[in-house]
Ligand binder design. Structure first.
Ligand code: AMP
Length: 191
């Protein structure tokens, strides 16, 4: 199973990604998490990524693509993966297509969480306080929304044309959102 979870920053992708990945026994690969780990370890990749992350901008495609390519080549991702936060640009869509085609597989589904913009900004500001995320100041939060709308929202149309998008209402209780995702993906929940 090869899946993508999409949606604006703050839509709850990371939380839902964990449940989906657990169900399908595949790794949830979050580019944001990998970048943050590199930043805290002070790697060269982290140093490069930090400048962009702190400004709410995207890390350049070449850097991000290579990182994802290396990650999905790891043994735990051979039978499938869930990507959270990638692809985010049209160039990344093409790159991912190439990576998946190379392995002889296909992208099975794109889960797209929809949420109200105002609700999102509130959620992100709360998260910034709770998690102490350096990249979550109000200006940066707003910039990340803009960048998402400009660069990433158009990707949904690309995947819609392929008929693999499941649009899910991301508002409400976490468990309810998970239920919506699972029923869209035809998953019978384990009790
Ligand atoms: P996230 O936690 O997914 O919101 O990612 C945090 C930050 O990491 C983003 O605001 C970007 O600066 C960077 N980032 C994560 N994924 C990507 C990507 N696919 N392309 C470019 N930059 C990314």
């Amino acid at each position: 199973m090869r899946l993508i979870i999409m949606g604006p920053p703050g839509a709850g992708k990371g939380t839902q990604a964990r449940f989906i990945a657990e169900h399908f026994k595949i790794p949830a690969i979050s580019t944001g998490d990998i970048f943050r780990a590199n930043v805290s370890e002070g790697t060269e990749l982290g140093l490069e990524a930090k400048r962009y992350m702190d400004a709410g901008e995207y890390v350049p495609d070449e850097v991000t693509n290579l990182m994802v390519r290396n990650r999905i080549d790891e043994p735990d991702a051979v039978s499938g993966f869930l990507l959270d936060g990638y692809p985010r640009t049209l160039a990344q869509v093409e790159e991912l297509d190439g990576m998946i085609r190379f392995t002889g597989h296909r992208l099975d589904a794109v889960v797209c969480l929809t949420v109200d913009q105002d609700e999102i900004v509130d959620r992100l500001l709360q998260r910034a306080q709770v998690e102490g995320r350096a990249d979550d100041t109000e200006d940066v939060v707003r910039r990340r929304q803009e960048v998402y709308l400009e660069q990433t929202a158009p990707l949904i149309e690309v995947y819609k044309k392929r008929g693999i998008v499941h649009e899910i209402d991301g508002l409400g209780e976490v468990a309810d959102v998970t239920q919506r995702i699972f029923s869209a993906l035809d998953v019978i929940p384990e009790s």
